[in-house]
Design a protein around this ligand. Structure first.
Ligand SMILES: *Cc1c(COP(=O)(O)O)cnc(C)c1O
Length: 414
């Protein structure tokens, strides 16, 4: 009862007065934006620390300092490789999944220009894949954008018909960062292999949360990011299958077996390797825990009037919940949730702030007026049962109160 009163009070106040800063210390705060980024695991921080000071060597140096750093980078590389069933020599460290995606798209395109200038990607790719493709288009390349069904799934048959003799790369993400849908990458990978076309998948949202192997997926290139899986920001990797012809895009020294110039970010790489090893060790348990949270949230929120679940009902990321609510706009919902101590997002962190519906929501055929009220809750390792219950109280309240406010406003105008 007291709690309900407090909530009511807060909900009616927040439009009127700015509460003092200390107020936020008193309330339950729930971080439900793990699709944007995750906190660094304390064990990861501990593993990184020595590499800033005592073990500061350049991994390319021949002396002991350098060799110490080199060994740590090699251990991290083995851990990343093990997580995806690859050979360590096939893992190249990058500055994150954005660079990995650019590397895959531009590197495959430049290296195979002799074969043709045609690429195939899904229409729900992350901007890190879309934008290098747009860049290539501006230089005379042709890009086929695969449609998706209302759940955001690519149909492998569409890939089959899109492949041409001059196709140099197919890129379909492993799971979608906004709506959580898991794509049929293994089937598409097999088609690509039959036709001798390079296959890339952006697995930034999947690695360490869904068990996967590059051989089962039949992919030649796979992008990973550290900060989506409790590692530091600014580091990631690209898996490049042995024998795949891909040009380097960052020219410089002969680092990373001549595939990416630049002194290795040793502490970040060590952190990334540790984070992935931790994630993989408990991948099944954590995924089933998050699926339970996800399904409880979906079950509770789908009863809100005018609520539409986006993404596939079952083939979706364990922690991903994405709804469009009629009659509200995402920005107001996010602000009201933030005021209640809840961190959510309107889809992807990269498109929030713009008024256009995201290309993903457009691709699944959502009308713009419904897409305008889209909210993504993405759950992760620190979330506990009580927080899910809190979300089940706060989210419907916020939606209801915003709808009430806009009804009152339109009455007042009339
Ligand atoms: C976050 C994300 C990226 C970008 O990764 P960074 O490491 O932040 O550059 C790319 N693709 C997908 C699917 C993502 O979720």
């Amino acid at each position: 009862m007291r709690e309900n009163l407090a909530r009511l009070l807060a909900l009616s106040c927040y439009r009127v007065i700015a509460l003092p800063r200390w107020y936020t210390c008193l309330m339950l705060r729930v971080y439900a934006d793990h699709g944007a980024t995750t906190p660094v695991d304390p064990r990861v921080v501990q593993a990184m620390l020595p590499f800033f000071s005592d073990k500061f060597g350049n991994a390319s140096s021949v002396h002991q300092w350098g060799q110490e750093a080199r060994e740590a980078v090699d251990v991290a590389r083995e851990r990343i490789a093990a997580a995806i069933g690859a050979n360590p020599s096939e893992v190249v460290f990058t500055s994150g999944a954005t660079e990995s995606d650019n590397f895959a798209v531009l590197g495959a395109a430049y290296a195979n220009e002799g074969k043709g200038r045609h690429l195939i990607i899904s229409s729900v790719e992350h901007h890190a894949v879309l934008e290098p493709c747009r860049f290539l288009e501006s230089r005379g390349w042709h890009v086929a954008y695969l449609p998706v069904d209302r759940y955001g799934m690519v149909d492998p048959d569409d890939v089959r018909t899109a492949i041409r003799d001059d196709t140099v790369l197919i890129s379909v993400m492993h799971s979608n960062n906004e709506i959580g849908t898991i794509e049929p990458v293994a089937e598409i990978g097999r088609l690509a292999r039959e036709r001798g076309v390079l296959m890339h998948t952006d697995a930034a949202q999947s690695v360490g949360i869904l068990p996967l192997s590059v051989d089962d997926l039949s992919v030649d290139l796979l992008s990973m990011s550290s900060h989506k899986r409790y590692g530091p920001k600014g580091v990631g990797a690209l898996y490049i299958r042995k024998g795949a012809t891909v040009s380097r895009i960052q020219h410089g020294g002969s680092h990373e077996r001549n595939r990416r110039g630049g002194t290795e970010n040793v502490p970040a790489i060590v952190g990334f390797g540790t984070a992935i090893e931790i994630a993989v060790a408990s991948v099944e348990d954590e995924a089933s825990r998050l699926r339970r949270f996800r399904d409880r949230l979906i079950e509770g929120l789908r009863h809100i009037e005018g609520a539409h679940l986006n993404g596939h009902p079952t083939r979706r990321l364990p922690g991903n919940v994405n709804f469009s609510f009629e009659g509200v706009d995402s920005e107001s919902v996010l602000m009201a949730l933030d005021f209640q101590g809840v961190a959510a997002s309107s889809g992807s962190a990269c498109t929030s702030g713009s008024l256009e519906p995201s290309h993903v929501l457009t691709a699944i055929g959502l009308p713009p007026e419904i897409a305008a009220g889209t909210v993504r809750l993405s759950l992760g390792r620190e979330n506990v049962d009580g927080e899910i219950e809190h979300l089940l109280l706060v989210v419907p309240d916020v939606i209801e109160s915003l709808r009430g406010a806009s009804r009152r406003m339109s009455k007042a105008v009339r």
